[in-house]
Design a protein around this ligand. Structure first.
Ligand code: MG
Length: 449
C-alpha cells in the first residue's frame, strides 16, 4: 500500500466528528486528538456527538476498518461523511521585499511579488487555504496572472469534488488542464489544509510527522558585486543563517570572484551554494566550476537544459544541485539514473502542489537524494506549506528550506511560521495552521460557488 493510500485509509480512523471549524479566516480547533478521546473513554470514533454540519448529514459507512488499541483487532463500522468543494476564491496580494529588490541571473529582478491566495470552501464549513507566487514571469513557465486565469479555468470543474481525496483531486485537475502545475499547486495546498482541519492533524503529521523541533534554512544572497555579497554573509549569520545561496549565473569571471570572496568569509559549519539559475552557457559553467575546484561550494543549476547541466556535472568535483529542470518525478528518476545530482531543489508549485512534492520527497529519501524544500516565492501560506513538507522530512535528507515570509514586508495570516535563529518549525495546529486575515486580502479577484 502506498503512503498516500495509507493516509486515505487513515482518514476514517482519525475520525471526522471532532475538527476545526473556520469562519472568515478564524480557525478554532474544537476537538481532542483521537488518542486523547480514547483515553478519556469517550467512545468510538464515529459515535458522533459533534454538532458539525458534516456530522448531521447521513454518513457513508466504511466497513472493515480495524480498531487498533482496543484489544484484538476486529472489524468495526466507521463513518466517513462525503465532503464536497462548494466554492473557490482567489485573492491577489502584493508582497514587497524588505531589501528593495531581488536579483538573479540574466539581469532579472523583482521588487514586489505578485502572489495569489486561494480559498477552497466546502459544504462542511471548512475552508482550506493555498498560495502560489511565481518568481516573476521570466523564471519558470509560470506567471502571476496565469495562476489566476488558470484557477478560474479549473474551478468550475472542481465544484462537488471531495477535497479529502487528494489523489483523485489531482487526477481531476490533470484531466481538466494539461500541464500548468503551478496553477494546481495552491488548490492542492488548500485541500491539504482541509484534510488537516478535518482530521485534527497538522499537515506535517499527515506527511510523516514532525522531525525534531525545527529545521535549518538557507539565505539567498541577491546578485551584487563580489564585495557586497561577501559583506552580506556576516549580517545574515547574525540572523542565524548558516547556509548561503549566492545568486551567480552572470559574467563567469565576476562569478568566480563572487564565489571566492564569499567563501573567504565563511566560518566552519557554514554552507555555500553558487546558484546560476540556468544563467551560464555550458563552456562558461565548466570554466567556473574548474576555477573553484578548491572551494567548498555547491554548484546549482548552471545551465538551462538537463543535458548541459549533466555535461558540467561530469566535469566538476563539486557537489551538484539541480533545480529548474527538476519539474516532476520523472526528472528525478532520470537524474538519479545518470548520477546527475547530489541534491535537488524541490519547489512545491514547480511540481504541481504538496501531493506531488510529497511523492518526490519520499522518493528522494528512499534514493538518498537530499533536498532543498521551498517554492518559487510566496508569503505566509507558502511558507507554512514549505514548513510542513520540510519539517516532516528526515533531517539528513533536508539540505535546507526557505522562510519566504521573512523576506517580504507584508504578513497576511496569523499562525504562520516565523524564523528563529535561522530555523523554522511547522505549526502543530490542524492543517497548515494559518489563519489569513481577510482585511489584508481585500475582495476576491475570482469567486465561484
Ligand atoms: Mg535554485
Amino acid at each position: 500500500m502506498s503512503q498516500l493510500s495509507t493516509y486515505y485509509s487513515m482518514m476514517p480512523t482519525v475520525g471526522l466528528p471532532r475538527r476545526a471549524y473556520e469562519k472568515e479566516g478564524t480557525a478554532i480547533h474544537t476537538g481532542l486528538l483521537p488518542q486523547a478521546e480514547r483515553a478519556a473513554g469517550e467512545g468510538a470514533v464515529g459515535r458522533s456527538r459533534a454538532s458539525a454540519s458534516i456530522a448531521k448529514r447521513p454518513p457513508a459507512e466504511v466497513p472493515g476498518d480495524i480498531d487498533e488499541g482496543r484489544g484484538p483487532a476486529r472489524p468495526v463500522t466507521r463513518f466517513r461523511a462525503i465532503m464536497k468543494i462548494s466554492g473557490l476564491r482567489a485573492y491577489r496580494i502584493e508582497l514587497p521585499l524588505h531589501e528593495g529588490s531581488y536579483k538573479w541571473s540574466g539581469g532579472n529582478a523583482v521588487t514586489v511579488f505578485d502572489s495569489t491566495v486561494v480559498a477552497v470552501d466546502t459544504d462542511a464549513g471548512i475552508t482550506g487555504w493555498g498560495e502560489v507566487c511565481p518568481l516573476g514571469p521570466a523564471y519558470l513557465p509560470a506567471y502571476a496572472a496565469g495562476a489566476r486565469t488558470g484557477i478560474a479555468e479549473l474551478a468550475p470543474q472542481l465544484l462537488g469534488a471531495d477535497p479529502l481525496a487528494l489523489g483523485s483531486l489531482n487526477e481531476r485537475m490533470d484531466a481538466a488542464l494539461r500541464g500548468h502545475p503551478y496553477v494546481k499547486s495552491a488548490i492542492d495546498m488548500a485541500c491539504w489544509d482541509i484534510l488537516g482541519k478535518a482530521s485534527g492533524l497538522s499537515v506535517a503529521t499527515l506527511m510523516g510527522g514532525h522531525v525534531g523541533d525545527d529545521f535549518a534554512l538557507y539565505r539567498a544572497i541577491s546578485q551584487e558585486s563580489p564585495e557586497q555579497m561577501a559583506g552580506r554573509i556576516a549580517a545574515y549569520r547574525q540572523e542565524g543563517y548558516r547556509k548561503f545561496q549566492l545568486k551567480v549565473g552572470g559574467d563567469p569571471d565576476t562569478d568566480i570572484d563572487r564565489i571566492r570572496a564569499t567563501s573567504a568569509v565563511l566560518e566552519r559549519g557554514d554552507v555555500l551554494i553558487a546558484d546560476a539559475n540556468t544563467g551560464w552557457t555550458q563552456h562558461a559553467a565548466v570554466r567556473v566550476a574548474d576555477a573553484v575546484r578548491d572551494v567548498d561550494v555547491y554548484i546549482e543549476q548552471p545551465c538551462p537544459t538537463y543535458d548541459q547541466c549533466l555535461a558540467v556535472r561530469r566535469h566538476t568535483n563539486r557537489p551538484f544541485v539541480l533545480d529548474e529542470v527538476i519539474d516532476g518525478i520523472d526528472m528525478v528518476i532520470r537524474g538519479v539514473g545518470d548520477h546527475a545530482m547530489d541534491v535537488i531543489n524541490l519547489k512545491i508549485s514547480k511540481v504541481g502542489g504538496l501531493t506531488k512534492a510529497r511523492q518526490i520527497r519520499d522518493l528522494c529519501v528512499s534514493l538518498g537524494i537530499a533536498m532543498t524544500i521551498e517554492d518559487t516565492w510566496g508569503g505566509d501560506i507558502t511558507t507554512a506549506a514549505i514548513a510542513h513538507l520540510a519539517h516532516s522530512t528526515p533531517t539528513r535528507y533536508l539540505f535546507s528550506a526557505t522562510d519566504f515570509n521573512s523576506y517580504v514586508t507584508v504578513s497576511f495570516a496569523d499562525g504562520a511560521p516565523r524564523r528563529a535563529q535561522g530555523r523554522l518549525a511547522a505549526s502543530r495546529e490542524p492543517g497548515l495552521g494559518v489563519r489569513p486575515r481577510l482585511d489584508h486580502l481585500g475582495r476576491p479577484v475570482f469567486e465561484i460557488g
